[in-house]
Design a protein around this ligand. Structure first.
Ligand code: PEP
Ligand code: MG
Length: 586
């Protein structure tokens, strides 16, 4: 038996067998396809060729700049292979006539080509065989990468992986997944966020658990305390089963808060909303008592698929979310791809960026792909007549970006007016405050929008310079760092002075200790993973606004996060012993 301590990423306790998930080692398999599947395989082939070409052009350019033209020529030869009619025609023929999957069709054509070329005596032709081999591997790699990961588990399992990207996680069938366990990741990595959205217990940041496990090993995952037990003894299983029951009882006990207002003992009411990633979550978060959606992360609509969602599809989805949430509101965030959420279809760097979280992400990506951005804005505006929709723009870091974004929105609104398509003319517009730069110019931004939502997941990473998904420095990722508290205070004050309201959709809003300080700082709206809403409501309902204001003033005089946490615990632990537990392990 081995007990490992990681980062508690999503609450709950599960006991089960491990399924080791290695998407990077996708196997090349021969699979029969149906007649209906032929077109899809051919589309995938063409997409992989295009993607590979773009990569090669990029590499060629770099080699040309760094090493010289002579070496860059190799890549011209590779590009020619990609245009070779024999290769293209033969792969397509195999897919159509032999009804086999594209990767296998490509693999067998490459095999034929390289073996027939390398058996010839001619040196030039032999070299071409090497080219074909090289390029074939790259093309095959791209094909495998863009394939949907097939995760059809027959029995329920605990999913163990080195890293689960958001696009992998978004494809999982949650019915069969008991828990997630990963080597990498932090509490606010998108994998952790998705685990909470799916209400699946998770522990991340375990560093090397994948290398210590074998398929089918029994595991206990305690997502409340961040513990994983490998091959537990029967006594330990019994102990954790008891904890599991206790936790479930505690959660059931909170269920009666569902229809009660999120109001302090002295009658101060806040808005308690949920963050969602997929439309299906709306019903679930309502069950937890959310009053609307404070953040809808629309980029999940773009992940793990082979085509972009078109205007109609998006309109349909946004409409459904708005309708179901009505009379409460839905804050739809425009695409936040980039960073750790990558789509195959947008103008993103062909080669990985060395600092993707500082790169072409969120609003930057949208401003570089205006057509795609406009399609999304049209869809949101068209859906706005079916409910109460607000729009928020992610990762604004300067005023020009906001001005440009609003200009594009105005153009789209003009287009719709010309087409006589109705939309909510008074739709509220907000920005996410998630860079230190945005905090420092909050006064200027507030003049141009209706509201703010503070995205602390990123704000913390950019302010403290600590990667939110890196388990090795997770101890530095600290919401209650005095710098973060000062920035939040500054933002709330700047907005309030201009009559604008401020919400928070970063995970900090759902952190038991932090929410008390945020309440005292005057935050108007709290938005969080649905599962934690009942606990936060319990906290809000157990204190008075004046107690919260007092603690906010007192912590602002302290020097370290540790002191801040100790003071809040000392002050509130009697009232809130159970609900504060999560903060000790997060
Ligand atoms: C944030 O950064 O706090 C946020 C809510 O956005 P995301 O987690 O999707 O980056
Ligand atoms: Mg963010």
């Amino acid at each position: 038996m081995l007990l490992m301590k990681g980062i508690a990423a999503s609450p709950g306790i599960s006991i089960g067998k491990a399924f080791i998930f290695e998407p990077d080692k996708l196997k090349l398999e021969r699979k029969e396809i149906t007649e209906d599947g032929i077109a899809e395989e051919i589309i995938q082939f063409k997409e992989a060729i295009e993607r590979t070409k773009k990569e090669l052009i990029q590499v060629k350019k770099r080699v040309m700049d760094e090493v010289g033209e002579e070496y860059a020529k190799i890549f011209s030869a590779h590009l020619l292979v990609l245009e070779d009619p024999f290769l293209i025609i033969e792969v397509e023929r195999k897919i159509k006539e032999e009804r086999i999957n594209v990767e296998y069709a490509l693999f067998s054509v490459l095999e034929t080509l390289t073996s027939s070329f390398s058996s010839l005596d001619d040196e030039y032709i032999k070299e071409r065989a090497v080219d074909i081999h090289d390029i074939g591997r790259r093309l095959l790699g791209n094909l495998l990468k863009q394939k949907r990961v097939n995760l059809e588990l027959e029995e329920s399992r605990i999913l163990v992986g080195h890293n689960l990207t958001p696009s992998h996680t978004a494809q999982l069938n949650k019915e069969k997944i008991l828990a997630f366990v990963t080597d990498m990741g932090g509490r606010t990595s998108h994998t952790a966020i998705l685990a909470r959205a799916m209400e699946i217990p998770a522990v991340v940041g375990l560093i090397n658990i994948t290398s210590l496990l074998k398929e089918e090993d029994t595991l206990i995952v305690d997502g409340n305390r961040g513990e994983v037990v490998i091959k537990p003894t029967p006594e330990v299983i019994e102990e954790y089963s008891k904890r599991k029951k206790e936790y479930e009882l505690f959660i059931t006990g909170l269920a009666n808060l569902k229809d009660l207002p999120a109001q302090t003992k002295d009658g101060f009411r806040i808005e308690l909303c949920a963050n969602i990633e997929i439309p299906e979550e709306v019903d679930l978060v309502k069950e937890h008592g959310s009053e609307g959606i404070g953040l809808y992360r629309t980029e999940f609509l773009y992940l793990g698929r082979n085509t972009l969602p078109n205007e109609d599809e998006q309109e349909g989805v946004y409409k459904e979310v708005a309708r179901k949430t009505f009379p409460y509101s839905v804050i739809i965030r425009t695409l936040d791809l980039g960073g750790d959420k990558l789509s195959l279809h947008l103008k993103q760097p062909e080669e990985l960026e060395s600092n993707p979280f500082l790169g072409l992400r969120a609003i930057r990506l949208c401003l570089a792909n205006v057509d795609i951005f406009k399609t999304q804005l049209r869809a949101i505006l068209k859906a706005s007549v079916y409910g109460n929709i607000k729009i928020i723009f992610p990762m604004i870091s300067n005023l020009e970006e906001l001005i440009k974004t609003k200009e594009i929105l105005r153009e789209v609104q003009e287009e719709l007016r010309r087409e006589n398509i109705p939309f909510d003319e008074a739709i509220e517009i907000g920005v996410m405050i998630e860079t230190p730069a945005a905090c420092m110019i909050a006064d200027m931004l507030a003049e141009k929008v209706d509201f703010f939502s503070i995205g602390t997941n990123d704000l913390i990473q950019y302010t403290i310079a600590v990667d939110r998904g890196n388990e090795r420095i997770a101890h530095l990722y600290e919401p209650l760092h005095p710098a973060i508290l000062r920035l939040i205070k500054l933002v709330i004050e700047a907005a309030h002075r201009r009559g604008k309201w401020v919400g928070m959709c970063g995970e900090m809003a759902g952190d038991p200790l932090s929410c008390l300080v945020l309440l005292g700082l005057g935050l108007d709206e709290f938005s969080m993973s649905g599962v934690v809403i009942p606990e936060i409501k319990e906290i809000i309902r157990s204190v008075t606004l004046s107690e919260a204001k007092e603690i906010a003033t007192e912590v602002s005089k302290l020097d370290t996060a540790q002191e801040v946490k100790s003071l809040i615990r000392k002050r509130f632990s009697k009232k809130l012993d159970k609900v504060l537990l999560r903060s000790e392990n997060g």
